[in-house]
Design a protein around this ligand. Structure first.
Ligand code: BGC
Length: 378
């Protein structure tokens, strides 16, 4: 039985990576199979359950654009973890969007990948590719983002996205009460990109907490923009969210205070902070997600109110363990099911953790890089 864990060297490397220079370039990374202790010979069979596949098989990892630090960390961790386990990894980013990702997946199938792990750019645009993969005997794991409208997804591995949204909604209320005196409070809402299947559960989770408070008048949204369609951020781009917040602040908050902003992730939280600062407003209470380095520092300093820790090591390790099961011909492990519009996809859900200034040191205690950022900024 192989032991697969993410190497500490990969963590250090990932921690040091910035998001700068995300676009373009050759975004494929591969590693030769290790000459470790894998004695199994390649077989010609396909990856149907019960059969397994060679211990040095090719595994494809198809990631979206580098719209947040977690994707960059995942690349390093997959490469290190798969290589260490003796597999032959192909790790690619689809920086140019959904059609590039379709081509990359097709090519992984042609290169004989036995499992393809996909963080979808657009979860609704991959059905023909994953169905072709299934026909070729390849197992498909949806990573972090669901692949929709197809029955050819074998497993979904993610942090529970609805719970991420619930955590953000709860954090916003907690922060308003702590930092903005008595209500009612003025808030604005930001959602993620519409092509990312996660944006809906994030938003719905948050609104399950916030909508009753909007209905009873505790929260006011002066822009009147409260539907996911109205508040979505195309491509998760900071500039899109910042422009939207700029016009909302100038249009609706001339003499009014903006007390809080629901942000679905750290990148967009920092965009909203920049917008409020540019308009000379007091810092609103901001939620976030991902525990990106800049936001960890901001939370530690007491600026960004909240973030969420979805430890990428945990997510990658969960996927690596599932790949190992498939390699041995064992069924995948799941603890939930998620509807992708066609089937209930067996799901391996992990639990997200809310982070505030007062628990940051504790939450990141076993993450050396983030623990250091907290210590340096406290
Ligand atoms: C991920 C988030 C991330 C966002 C933008 C989502 O699918 O779950 O962690 O912030 O994409 O990259």
């Amino acid at each position: 039985m192989k032991k697969i864990t993410v190497a500490m060297t990969a963590l250090a490397a990932a921690g040091a990576l910035a998001l700068a220079g995300c676009g373009g370039g050759d975004d494929t990374t591969t590693a030769p199979p290790s000459d470790g202790d894998n004695t199994q010979q390649p077989d010609d069979g396909d990856a149907t359950e019960g059969e397994g596949f060679a211990a040095d098989a090719t595994i494809g990892i198809s990631l979206p654009q580098k719209t947040s630090q977690n994707w960059v960390e995942a690349e390093e961790m997959f490469l290190a973890g798969l290589s260490e386990a003796g597999y032959n990894p192909i790790v690619q980013f689809a920086n140019n969007g959904a059609s590039e990702q379709q081509q990359q997946i097709e090519s992984m199938i042609e290169q004989g990948a036995k499992v393809i792990v996909i963080g979808a750019v657009d979860g609704s645009q991959l059905s023909s590719q994953v169905e072709r993969a299934r026909d070729a005997g390849v197992k498909i794991i949806a990573y972090d983002r669901m692949i929709q409208e197809t029955d050819a997804v074998d497993l979904y591995v993610a942090y529970d996205n609805f719970q991420v949204g619930v955590g953000q909604g709860e954090a916003l209320l907690k922060g308003l009460a702590e930092r903005k005196g008595d209500g009612p409070w003025n808030i604005e809402l930001i959602a993620g990109s519409n092509d990312d299947a996660n944006s809906k559960p994030f938003f719905e989770g948050a609104m399950s907490i916030l909508q009753p408070k909007i209905d009873d008048g505790t929260l006011k949204v002066l822009s009147g923009q409260t539907t996911q369609a109205q508040v979505a951020t195309e491509g998760w781009q900071a500039s899109v969210a910042q422009n939207r917040m700029d016009s909302i602040i100038s249009g609706f908050y001339g003499s009014e205070e903006l007390h809080g902003v629901l942000s679905p992730n750290d990148t967009l939280a920092r965009a909203a902070i920049a917008s409020a600062q540019a308009a000379g407003k007091d810092l609103p209470v901001l939620t976030g997600q991902d525990s990106e380095d800049d936001s960890v520092a901001s939370v530690a300093k007491g600026e960004q109110y909240h973030t969420i820790f979805k430890d990428t090591r945990g997510l990658v390790d969960a996927v690596l363990a599932q790949i190992d099961l498939a390699q041995q011909g064992q069924p995948f492990n799941s603890n939930a099911e998620v509807d992708n519009g066609t089937i209930q996809v067996p799901t391996d859900f992990l639990t997200p953790i809310s982070v505030f200034q007062d628990n940051a040191a504790e939450v990141y205690a076993n993450d050396e890089a983030r623990a250091k950022i907290v210590a340096d900024n406290s």
